[in-house]
Each structure stands twice: as C-alpha cells, then as structure tokens.
Write a protein that binds this ligand. Structure first.
Ligand code: FE2
Length: 118
C-alpha cells in the first residue's frame, strides 16, 4: 500500500503560498507486507490564527480498499475540540488523537494506526 502524508511547517503553512494541494512537506511511503510504515518528519504547527489543531494528512491507496484519507492529531493540543476528542475516543487505538513519547535519543515518537474501510 502507499501512504501519502503531508503537513504544515513550523509556521503552520503548507507552502509559501499556503497551498495545501502542493504542500512543501510531503512524503510517499510504501508499507511493508504487514502494512507497516514509518514517517520521519517535524511536528507541524497549527494553521496561523489558531482554532484548528495541528495535524498530518494521510491518503492511503494501492490495496483492495478504496482510497481513503485520515488525519493525525496530537494529544494535548489545546485546539482539539470536544467533538474531535469524542470521535477519537470512540475509535480506540484507531482514533485520530495520538500521544507523543520522547525516546532516549530525544526524538518524539508517535504510533498512528489506521483502520481502512471497505
Ligand atoms: Fe490540513
């Protein structure tokens, strides 16, 4: 499967013109046979002006499932709405809000498992 991920930069912008159809920070990742992937990147900032939590967009394609998109949010983000928190909680470990854990190497890690719909 193919995982296409993109997000804003440290200023909350997708590009110099803030065009989210042509984001500067993006990656295409091929999963392994078990559907695992790894994305190494920076933590995105929320959009300028606030109100929307920081997030990473994911588009999954290339399997027997229809193409579909997901958003990753970060636990503790002050912009998370009660609705987003509720929806995430109902999805358990497949929820959109995931914790960040700092490794011994000082790098923040986050596990984001996506459950594909048929
Ligand atoms: Fe976005």
């Amino acid at each position: 499967m193919t995982v296409y991920a993109f997000h804003t930069d440290a200023e909350g912008l997708y590009s110099e013109t803030n065009d989210n159809t042509n984001p500067r920070l993006n990656a295409t990742i091929w999963t392994d046979a078990r559907g695992r992937y790894e994305l190494r990147t920076i933590r995105p900032a929320p959009y300028p002006g606030g109100g929307i939590p920081a997030h990473i967009h994911y588009r999954i394609s290339g399997s027997d499932f229809p193409d579909q998109g997901f958003e990753l949010h970060f636990e503790g983000d002050p912009h998370l709405s009660a609705r987003t928190k509720d929806r995430s909680a109902k999805r358990g470990r497949f929820g959109s809000i995931r914790p960040l854990e700092r490794g011994e190497d000082g790098v923040w890690h986050c596990v984001f498992d996506m459950k594909l719909r048929r």
